[in-house]
Design a binder for this molecule. Structure first.
Ligand code: ATP
Ligand code: MG
Length: 449
């Protein structure tokens, strides 16, 4: 599996080594504490930082007879490190101190590709930073040294580093990518990492990274915490808080008193996003996460237009939770999110998609024609004999065909269904999540799931 491969790259000698990057303006030495965790892309990012004027796409090293060998991938990097360890061992056996591993960046003519993570490297020699005493100091005046801590900073994207993530089981698979449970070694916490393959230019990668920046600023108990994102080769990994209850789409019919508390959190989460001028754009049960502490949080909101567009190029279809005006290709705003709240909660209450003619088998993307009934027909209504008047009214209001007739953010918070359950009682959701997880476990044990 792609991501697990990442985790298992280079299980070899873990002894620290010194890499000397040979640049036209001099050498830069970097101590790498744990070369077994080094990967091609991160090394390339560090090289591009010291040679920002060139388009470096690969680098070379010299074999024992002086032939240059090109490194363009993780596999080739692994081969280079393996060769270097042999050389080091031979030098030691001959009573010599090992030379640094010399690499020669291969630069194209056009400037342009830059360090996409905006990492800064101080290219001036700084004796105070010199921590590479384990190697002979044979450097010229032009030589530069980097402490291992500094190299680590260079090789990470400032927040979270691909090399520090240990992937565990797969949590689910959506239209855009695959979500894994993972452990972040430095942060000492469990994460959910969404890995999305994207064949896009470095320019677009940069744009996505900068569009995702706003996620660091999101700070709400009703929004999933974002820990960072990075590109490795042609895939982006987005790291967020792990929710041990998973998403609401996998729960069976949810009782109204539990749904009420969940709705309060969802409305609060959306109100928060709207206050930041962010539309969620993808409200649906699989993007509402719960945990055993009774917290409910929204995820997968569309802060990066480029990311949404790039995924849309690969996955064709229209989202069944979209408001009629979106399905028709009209302009839309906050009210479109409100429709999606209505249809999602109706589905969660009924345990079936409210338009029986729409069969959502796998995922929520459908051919546009199939969704035409959402545009043409009167919206469905919850059966009044099974649900409270307040709940039925809430759903009916959210699913008004005319966007302006749907409740605005303040009206949503003030709706009697929401005020009734806005009691801060997380126990109710917590106990329900724990019970459902317990039921699932015992069914699995009996081989029923
Ligand atoms: P789409 O790709 O259209 O958003 P989706 O929401 O079903 O569809 P993903 O977002 O890829 O797909 O998520 C897949 C599954 O991974 C979710 O349904 C959920 O069960 C699980 N998941 C996602 N994020 C987390 C998280 N932070 N904690 C725990 N489980 C998660
Ligand atoms: Mg999702």
């Amino acid at each position: 599996m792609l991501v697990l491969d990442l985790n298992n790259i280079f299980v070899m000698d873990t002894e620290a080594i010194v890499i000397r990057i040979k640049t036209p303006s001099g050498d830069m030495d970097s101590s790498v504490d744990c070369p077994s965790l080094l990967n091609f892309n991160d090394l390339l990012v560090a090289i591009r930082d010291v040679m920002p004027e060139a388009t470096v796409t690969a680098f070379e090293y010299e074999d024992e007879v002086g032939d240059r060998i090109t490194v363009r991938s993780d596999e080739e990097l692994k081969a280079m490190l393996s060769y270097y360890y042999n050389t080091m061992n031979e030098q030691r056996m001959n009573g010599l101190l090992p030379d640094p591993l010399q690499i020669f960046p291969r630069a194209g003519k056009t400037p342009g590709i830059r360090n996409i993570h905006g990492l800064k490297v101080n290219t001036r020699p700084n004796p105070a930073n010199d921590c590479t005493h384990t190697v002979p100091d044979s450097m010229t005046n032009n030589s530069l040294k980097k402490s291992s801590a500094e190299l680590k900073r260079i090789l990470s994207n400032g927040q979270i580093n691909a090399l520090d993530i240990h992937y565990q089981e797969q949590l689910g698979h959506g239209n855009g990518g695959t979500v894994y449970k993972a452990y972040h070694v430095h942060g000492k916490r469990v994460l959910a990492v969404k890995v999305i393959p994207l064949d896009i230019t470095v320019e677009l990668q940069k744009q996505i990274m900068s569009e995702l920046e706003i996620l660091y600023k999101c700070d709400s108990p009703y929004i999933i915490t974002f820990f960072g994102a990075f590109f490795v080769e042609n895939r982006i990994s987005i790291c967020t808080e792990f929710m041990d209850g998973g998403s609401l789409d996998v729960f069976k019919r949810i009782p109204e008193h539990v749904l009420g508390r969940i709705a309060v959190s969802v409305v609060k989460g959306l109100t928060y996003l709207w206050s930041l001028k962010i539309l969620h754009r993808d409200v649906k049960p699989s993007n509402m996460l719960v945990n055993t502490r009774g917290q409910v949080k929204l995820c997968d909101f569309g802060v990066s237009t480029q990311l949404v567009n790039s995924i849309a190029k690969t996955y064709v279809g229209t989202n069944a939770y979209m408001a009629p005006e979106r399905i028709s290709g009209e302009q839309y705003g906050i009210h479109a999110d409100v429709w999606s709240v209505g249809i999602s909660f109706m589905e969660l209450a009924l345990d079936m998609f409210p338009y029986p003619q729409i069969q959502k088998n796998q995922g929520s993307l459908m051919p546009l024609q199939l969704l035409q009934c959402i545009v043409d027909e009167d919206p469905p209504v919850l059966p009044v004999d099974q649900f409270s008047e307040k709940f039925v009214h809430f759903i009916t209001q959210c699913m008004r065909r005319q966007p302006k007739e749907r409740p605005a953010p303040n009206n949503l918070m003030d709706h009697p269904f929401i005020t009734q359950y806005n009691d801060g009682n997380t126990e109710v959701v917590s106990m329900w999540v724990c019970r459902c997880l317990e039921d699932r476990r015992s069914q699995q044990a009996q081989g029923r799931v």
